[in-house]
Write a protein that binds this ligand. Structure first.
Ligand SMILES: [Zn+2]
Length: 377
């Protein structure tokens, strides 16, 4: 029995070899040292400038519309092997500058993303717009701040909940060790400093930056405590960030189901041809379908079981979302989403769902149908 087990373990190790080792460098003792010869530690150490080569993110921008290019990350949790390249971020081409939507997981990611975009148009990044506070979406901020002098728009929560290194009364204090900073090798992490946002808006704001019309839409507490999406009315593009994902199951650990449904409906109420999710590769008119279905099923099934008297302890046994079993991260994240929604939905009030079709007339077909229904009623 033991020998079978050890053969299986050896087999599993061999299969996982390509994922364990940094693909771009040779590390002689991978279990002990990273590429700079540093021990890999999960607690805080002062950041060191290693001499080894930078992590190569191997970034290839994909053009989504006339003005929009995006980088698509893996459908995984942040790990040493993907170096945090597991979310989507975009570049919008202005007349004389690039505008970035989310900045990725590290300084080096942002630097390499810019190098790829500079080949398309040699313009600086003067504006950075951030979707929400999760660190896979904004740790590239300090690259754009330091190198390009960009103005960073984003949620105030980044400034409230995170802090970079500080020098107070002659003493140095480290910056916060976020999930990402703990997960990455130093040759992916180095240079990354938590950079605050320069300007936060209270409400949805229309902007014209370098000839591009943008609507920065606040959807509030949805996937995180404060989410925003970006709408380009002239391009008919929505940059949805994490209120929409496809190909993988979402993490609702910081989110609420009702907020998610409202956020997706706010997106659906606008007229668009392309939607870039926060995670996932589908960008056509079906891009939001999985998220629409996931949250609708999650809400309905949990409410149904609550009515039947199922208590919180058993809810993850009673409610599964089998339709999503073949999606990435299903087994890791879906039970947590179900469990978390139980607490929220105990307070569920139908009135918390916003009827965007009544408020916004851009989705003509739906609206016409709704009006007919209302008139008939
Ligand atoms: Zn997120």
């Amino acid at each position: 029995m033991k020998s079978i087990l050890s053969i299986l373990l050896v087999g599993a190790f061999v299969v996982s070899m390509p994922f364990i080792f940094n693909k771009s460098v040779t590390v002689t003792e991978p279990h002990k040292l990273d590429v700079d010869g540093n021990f890999i530690l999960n607690e805080w150490v002062p950041s060191r400038d290693g001499k080894g080569p930078e992590w190569d993110y191997n970034l290839k921008p994909v053009q989504v519309s006339e003005r929009v290019w995006c980088f698509f990350g893996a459908l995984e949790m942040p790990t040493k092997e993907n170096a945090g390249n597991m979310s989507n971020s975009c570049y919008i081409k202005g007349d004389d500058q690039w505008i970035t939507w989310d900045t990725g997981p590290s300084y080096i990611f942002a630097k390499q993303a810019y190098a790829a975009m500079q080949k398309i148009a040699d313009m600086p990044v003067k504006t950075v717009i951030i979707s929400h506070e999760h660190d896979d979406h904004w740790l590239g901020n300090n690259y754009y701040k330091e190198v390009h002098g960009a103005t960073i728009y984003g949620t105030e929560l980044i400034n409230e909940n995170y802090y970079g290194p500080r020098h107070v009364e002659g003493k140095d204090y480290p910056g916060m060790q976020t999930r990402m900073i703990k997960a990455l090798y130093q040759n992916a992490n180095r240079g990354t400093v938590l950079a605050p946002v320069d300007e936060a808006f209270d409400e949805t704001t229309k902007l014209n930056i370098s000839g591009v019309n943008l609507e920065y839409v606040k959807v509030g507490y949805a996937h995180s405590e404060e989410d925003w999406f970006l709408y380009l009315p002239d391009d008919k593009v929505v940059l949805a960030a994490d209120v929409v994902m496809n190909g993988r199951v979402t993490s609702n650990r910081d989110g609420i189901v009702v907020g998610q449904i409202n956020a997706i409906n706010a997106i659906r109420s606008r007229e668009w041809d392309y939607l870039v999710p926060g995670h996932g590769f589908v960008t056509d008119k079906t891009a939001a379908d999985e998220s629409v279905k996931y949250f609708a099923l999650l809400k309905d099934r949990v409410l149904e079981k609550m009515e039947e008297g199922v208590i919180a302890d058993y809810i993850t046994k009673e409610v599964t979302l089998d339709e999503f079993r073949d999606k990435d991260l299903y087994y890791i994240l879906s039970p947590g989403n179900v469990f978390r929604s139980y607490e929220e939905l105990e307070m569920f009030d139908e009135d918390d769902l916003i009827d965007y079709s009544a408020e916004n007339s851009s989705d003509e077909e739906d609206d016409a149908e709704d009006k007919e229904e209302k008139e008939a009623a």
